[in-house]
Write a protein that binds this ligand. Structure first.
Ligand SMILES: C[S@@+](CC[C@H](N)C(=O)[O-])C[C@H]1O[C@@H](n2cnc3c(N)ncnc32)[C@H](O)[C@@H]1O
Length: 416
């Protein structure tokens, strides 16, 4: 065959369907002759599906950032996600833990400190043996990702709220939970969510009587988790989207009794201007920002931020995230804490946003902030989640086929 160069060769390959991923829908006129018709939808339908654009984007950026880990993370993103069942302590559902245990599910939060203590003891024994045996080849290898006794102080273990209970199936077990059921008063017994999305709430470590702001709260999974701590003195749950705020109301009504709902105020402000409401009042602030929602973007065409018409919105995300985080920082009182979180693997939306906020807070507002060390989360929850080995600033849960949660990025900032 005569050599076909450039466009000519591409056209032949496209007609033969030999270009990977180029389905007939992408090549008008490529189908059998009798089916040829002018496809009206072609004018409005995206030429390349947003999921494919998302994957292309992820392949080029995350393969650099995650290196050898990216293929396994990619595979997990494209497979069914795992859920956790956040128990509703407000429902009369005493039988539910037993029911879930019989299915081999366990509360990953309450069992974590005990497991961590066990690992600490093992590590200490290992370290002692290592000292005795010298630092040569005979030294006991501490399990990968495990911190030494000195690195993980016991008080860090106790900073996990034991009142939040979330059941997950063990690694590799992909059993699905049954749908939630109402109790006699109509309150649902549990809320299904990505269990990794509870880590930002646990990091916030709400204390009795705390005034808490959930700046981007809808549809409300984390708001519900914050209420499960039983510690919020007041909870301001805000989200700019009216339709999503309605979903938040629905969740509150389905899970929370009236007397507890009374401590929650739901608003629909643009979180970026929250400081106009009077800043510096909250003990704890959660800033769970809009992001590229990587799992959704890789698998769902609907409401996909990689749709061509949303390109500008997508490019503006880091700026929006930074503005929301700054608003969260300004809403917290001195000594208070802010947790920033996303469900993206992107360093531009994660570490870079946090670093920029730290710089602006210091330079423009003279607010000194310390990013808290959350490495103990890696040890505590290593049985349930797969953490990025080195995220730099904050922690990142990586989706993996045997523990298909996340991605979840979270970073805790303490105002000094
Ligand atoms: C990742 S979702 C929050 C999920 C929620 N925290 C949960 O756990 O269910 C991000 C939310 O930010 C909201 N949002 C976007 N821009 C905002 C803004 N300028 N101010 C406040 N909320 C905003 C979106 O409507 C969306 O509901």
């Amino acid at each position: 065959m005569a050599a076909l160069g450039g466009r000519g060769r591409a056209a032949v390959l496209l007609r033969r369907g030999l270009v990977p991923g180029a389905g007939p829908g992408l090549v008008p006129g490529a189908g059998p002759r009798r089916h040829r018709h002018k496809e009206k939808w072609a004018a409005t339908a995206p030429r390349v599906p947003p999921t494919r654009l998302a994957l292309h984007h992820f392949d080029s950026s995350y393969s650099l950032h995650l290196g050898a880990l990216w293929p396994s993370v990619r595979a997990a993103l494209l497979c069914e996600q795992k859920y956790g069942a956040l128990l509703n302590s407000f429902a009369a559902a005493d039988h539910v833990p037993r029911e879930l245990q019989l299915l081999n599910a366990a509360d990953f939060i309450s069992e974590a400190p005990q497991k961590a203590q066990h690992w600490q003891q093992d590590a200490a024994v290992g370290e002692a043996r290592g000292c005795q045996e010298g630092s040569g080849e005979g030294r006991t290898v501490v399990q990968e990702g495990m911190m030494t006794q000195a690195e993980m102080s016991p008080p860090l273990c106790t900073s996990i709220s034991s009142k939040i209970k979330c059941y997950t199936f063990p690694r590799g077990d992909i059993t699905r939970f049954r749908p939630a059921r109402p109790d006699a008063l109509g309150l649902l017994d549990y809320y299904l969510l990505d269990a990794a999305s509870l880590l930002p709430v646990l990091a916030l470590n709400v204390q009795p009587g705390d005034f808490v702001l959930d700046l981007c709260a809808a549809p409300g999974g984390k708001t519900l988790a914050l209420l499960q701590t039983g510690c919020c003195g007041h909870l301001a749950a805000n989200d700019v989207s009216i339709s999503r705020t309605k979903r938040l109301y629905r969740i509150l009504h389905s899970y929370v009794p009236k007397e507890v709902r009374d401590i929650v105020s739901v608003t629909s402000y643009d979180g970026r201007v929250w400081d106009q409401m009077g800043g510096g009042t909250f003990h704890k602030v959660l800033v769970d920002v809009p992001c590229t929602t990587d799992r959704h973007s890789a698998t769902e065409e609907d409401n996909n931020i990689f749709h061509k018409r949303r390109t500008k919105e997508r490019h503006m995300l880091p700026m929006l995230q930074l503005q929301l985080l700054m608003a969260g920082i300004l809403a917290a009182r001195p000594g208070g804490a802010v947790v920033y979180s996303t469900c993206s693997l992107s360093p531009l939306q994660n570490q870079c946003v946090v670093q920029r906020a730290l710089d602006i807070a210091a330079a423009q507002f003279s607010i000194r902030i310390q990013a808290e060390d959350l490495r103990h989360f890696r040890v505590l929850f290593q049985d349930t989640f797969c953490f990025s080995p080195d995220c730099g600033l904050g922690e990142l849960v990586l989706p993996q086929l045997t523990a298909n949660f996340g991605p979840t990025y979270f970073c805790k900032l303490r105002l000094l």
